[in-house]
Structure formats: C-alpha cells, structure tokens
Design a binder for this molecule. Structure first.
Ligand code: SF4
Ligand code: SF4
Length: 312
C-alpha cells in the first residue's frame, strides 16, 4: 500500500519511510555463519524495497531486538553497514519491545545506531530503568521513536468498572496516552499505528496540539486508571518461566494484544509465527487451566483463553 500510494502521488521524497527487517530467531541464527546471516538479512531488505517500490528507506530497523547480544552479531553489523554504504538505508537502528532498557543502554554506549523504535507507554510511567536508558540514548544523539503508545485496552477492559470505562472510551483515551508519550523529552516522535480510520481520526489531531484537554488530565490522574495500569503487560519477561510446558508466554500475551486491542490480526499472526512452534500456541492447545503467572497482575489465563478461542 505504501509503495503504491507514494508512487502514484510521486511523493517519495516527502515521506520518511522505515522498514523493519527481522534478523531471524536467535536459535536459528546461532546455526548460521556470519556470511549467511548478512546475505539473508540483505535479501530481506531488498524484498522490502521492492514492495515499497523505492531504492532506499530512510530508516532500517533490526526488528524485535530483546537482548543486546543480538546487537553485537558480526553478520548483522556487516549487513546494516553495507545497507548504509550502498545507500539502501540512510539511518540504521533497531526495534525493541522486550529488554528495552538493556538494549537502549547498550546502544547509548555503542554509538552505531541512529534510531531506536521502542515500546513506551503510560503503564511504564514508573519504570525508572527504562526512562533513564531512554534519556541516555537521547543524550547520545539517538532518535527515539515511541511505539505501543496507547498500551491499548485489555488491562482497562478487564479492570475498570463499567461507568468509568464508558467515560474514557475513544478520543480521551487515545489523546491522553499519545500525548503522554510525546511529552517525554527523550522521545522524538511516535508511531501509534492504525488499524481503522477511527483510530487515525483519534490520533491525528495530536500531531498539531500536544496540550492536554481537561478530560485527558482527569484520565491520567484517575486513581482507578493508575491502579488498572498494573494489568498492562510491559513485556518484562517475568512470566517466562511460569509455564510448565515452556510456552513463550510474553510473546503469546503480545500476540493477544495485536488481536484484542488493535484488531490487527495479520500482526497477531506475524507475532505468533515468530515463536518457535513448540513454545507457541501449540503448547497451549490441550492444556487445561493456564498456570502461567504475571509478576504484575496481567490476567494471562484470560488472555490466552481469548487467543485460543480465535483459533478454535
Ligand atoms: S504478562 Fe506480566 S510478567 Fe509477563 S511479560 Fe507481561 S507484564 Fe511481564
Ligand atoms: S495455557 Fe498451558 S501451555 Fe499455555 S501458557 Fe498457560 S500453562 Fe503454559
């Protein structure tokens, strides 16, 4: 869609295009030599450029980095260096929605990365490790792009009484949370992501006015809302060892989020496909009562039951 629209409008030079290329799962790339890692990554970049109908992207992200070790892989470093040298990418970086503070700390020291696409939202307002790491990265000259900014509604739907839930639906919700992320000094911009025109219309005015409305101030200060934030998944990985079958619980919860909160089923499918089969939804099929436990209060069993129901 992006490639077609930009071509028809002849607007390539007026747009900043980013693409995310997955480096491959760690257990897979452990078995590949550096040369193969580099070649496969660059081949996937070429496929992306072909789909976008352009010869370069402005930002190339290593996609889904959750461990700084991945940012040291010689094959990946060679690939992003080559992408820059051949002018297929103007700036390079990575996206992260797990282990964010460790990855950001590493990047701030490393000096190789220009841009980082990081999860950050109001449910993380007290995550000092992440907020400090973001400050360090920004001080090192790295552009921070915020994603998962609205932390969406599963935690709220599950935790809020009906009266307040009704009051906060719609524009108040989207405006308050998107503005909160954009008010962080370390954040350069945000990619809230749209699945519907309704979401686009709720977010778009924020680009022109970051001032909170009285209702948005009320929402952010609401004690019930702040209490309910405990039910928002931060992708901290704390539940990773709680499943007796070894399922990748944080990734399953994230896949649920794409479906239930964004209504984005293709993204849910992609998130599920990134999980090794034996640790994905297959592990949960035939499992009765979910015993996975969150360190914060996320109702994992409820969310995984909903995820399983989608495939029933
Ligand atoms: S479900 Fe809870 S423990 Fe698991 S990643 Fe999310 S916040 Fe962390
Ligand atoms: S449903 Fe079963 S297999 Fe799936 S996460 Fe819960 S305990 Fe693990």
């Amino acid at each position: 869609m992006v490639g077609k629209v930009l071509k028809e409008l002849k607007a390539r030079d007026q747009a900043i295009i980013a693409t995310k290329v997955p480096p491959g799962r760690p257990e897979m790339i452990d078995q590949m030599g550096d040369k193969l890692i580099e070649e496969e990554f660059l081949a996937r970049l070429d496929q992306s450029l072909a789909r976008l109908q352009t010869d370069h992207v402005d930002i190339l992200y290593l996609h889904g980095i959750g461990d700084p070790e991945m940012l040291k892989r010689p094959g990946l470093l060679a690939a992003i260096d080559k992408a820059k040298k051949t002018k297929k990418a103007s700036f390079v970086g990575f996206s992260t929605h797990r282990g964010m503070s460790e990855c950001l700390e590493f990047a701030a020291q490393d000096g190789r990365y220009d841009v980082i696409l990081t999860s950050i939202n109001y449910s993380m307002y007290d995550d000092q490790a992440l907020l400090q790491a973001m400050k360090k990265a920004a001080a090192a000259g790295i552009g921070l792009v915020a994603m998962k900014t609205q932390c969406k509604q599963a935690w709220y739907r599950e935790a809020q009484p009906a009266e307040t839930k009704k009051f906060y639906e719609g524009d108040i919700w989207h405006g308050a949370l998107l503005k909160w992320a954009l008010h962080l000094e370390s954040v350069t911009t945000a990619v809230p992501g749209y699945t519907t025109f309704e979401q686009l219309e709720a977010d778009w005015p924020v680009a022109f006015n970051l001032d909170y409305t009285p209702d948005e101030v009320k929402f952010l200060a609401d004690r019930d809302v702040r209490l309910a934030l405990g039910n928002a998944c931060r992708q901290c990985g704390g539940c990773a060892v709680s499943c007796p079958s070894g399922a990748d619980v944080p990734s399953l919860v994230r896949a649920h989020m794409y479906a239930a909160d964004y209504g984005n089923f293709p993204e849910m499918r992609r998130a599920l496909d990134e999980i090794p089969t034996a640790r994905g939804l297959q592990a949960c099929t035939g499992c009765g009562e979910c015993r996975a436990a969150c360190v914060r209060g996320v109702q994992i069993s409820r969310r995984l039951a909903e995820l399983k129901a989608i495939f029933a």
